[in-house]
Design a protein around this ligand. Sequence first.
Ligand code: CP3
Length: 391
Amino acid sequence: MATACPPLSLPSTTSLLRRSARAGPSRRPVRCSAVGEAVAEAAVAGTADEPLLVSAIRGKKVDRPPVWLMRQAGRYMKSYQNLCERYPLFRERSENVDLVVEISLQPWKVFKPDGVILFSDILTPLPGMNIPFDIVKGKGPVIYDPLRTAAAVNEVREFVPGEWVPYVGQALNILRQEVKNEAAVLGFVGAPFTLASYCVEGGSSKNFSKIKKMAFAEPEILHTLLQKFTTSMANYIKYQADNGAQAVQIFDSWATELSPVDFEEFSLPYLKQIVDSVKETHPDLPLILYASGSGGLLERLPLTGVDVVSLDWTVDMAEGRKRLGSNIAVQGNVDPGVLFGSKEFITKRIHDTVQKAGNEGHVLNLGHGIKVGTPEENVAHFFEVAKAIRY
Ligand code: CP3
């Protein structure tokens, strides 16, 4: 069924912002073509030297924004839920090459996103650093021996990916063969502060009191831990790139629990160190940074040196663009809750986001991971509409 093309005019309150949002080519209204036409053209666009997603991040002229969804592998898909019945343990699903490849490809086979993200977790490297963990159904991540003392931090080892997670490298290689350049294979890592918050709190946290106690009473212990994660994650990014990842996203999900002044001490320098280290050996690897609830930190995020900032939905796309500056690409921003809305609403929000983002350096995505219970037909609609867009 062809997707109806909605009117693309924006509310007048946003038009001023839109005009001044970002230097670069003028923003032409997006064109909406028939779905069949879009799929055929998309196939051509994706078989070039590099995937559409990478071209868009590099600021090259592309004919539509690439699109993928955070947490697209796992959770909401029936095929994933069925697989979970056969393999109930998260660590088994995420540490077995065949399962990792199968789950990573589930959304690719159905929706043909422009990015295929590795099925894994930001916590996957922890056992290799001597930090045992599990992800328990209904409870989330559990760190068995939370790191709360200098002695405990001292026991944390540097991560050697090839030794501890060879299945990640193998899976990335297979994913590259499977998707060719029709989509970008995406790797990811957790940022030092976010990883430290799990390890110090012992799991997910509401008020982050334990890591803040460490930060504000014994900062040198936290800095030691952050430095270990920094060196390890820089190496992990390089390992993922060497094995086929064409872009890598850094998740600093909990950095926004920090005041800006504390972000400048406990997160920003370590993110910058990771980016600098990766750019030294892999200058062409696009790096994406995501922090949920990052509105208060936006101007600081480009200081890390990443190529793309992924916005959550609490920031208006046009205002986000303006605040990030013109030398950086932008991703995300669509409220994951939109996918519970009507098809018309989903269509309208996609067009609104794309128009505000402008026709350069934009990756269409949600503002956080797709939620459990999201109707798969709405996800299909999201991709159909997105791929039918023409600048
Ligand atoms: O994006 C993808 O499709 C790739 C897979 C992916 C997972 N986790 C798989 C997963 C990615 C990119 C992550 C990143 C991740 N993991 C983050 C950063 C992104 C964010 O949401 O801010 C964080 C903070 C984690 C830690 C973590 N792992 C949490 C908080 C949970 C949820 C706990 C729960 O039970 O709801 C997990 C488990 C997890 N990782 C699931 C998935 C699909 C859900 C459990 C499952 O499906 O078995």
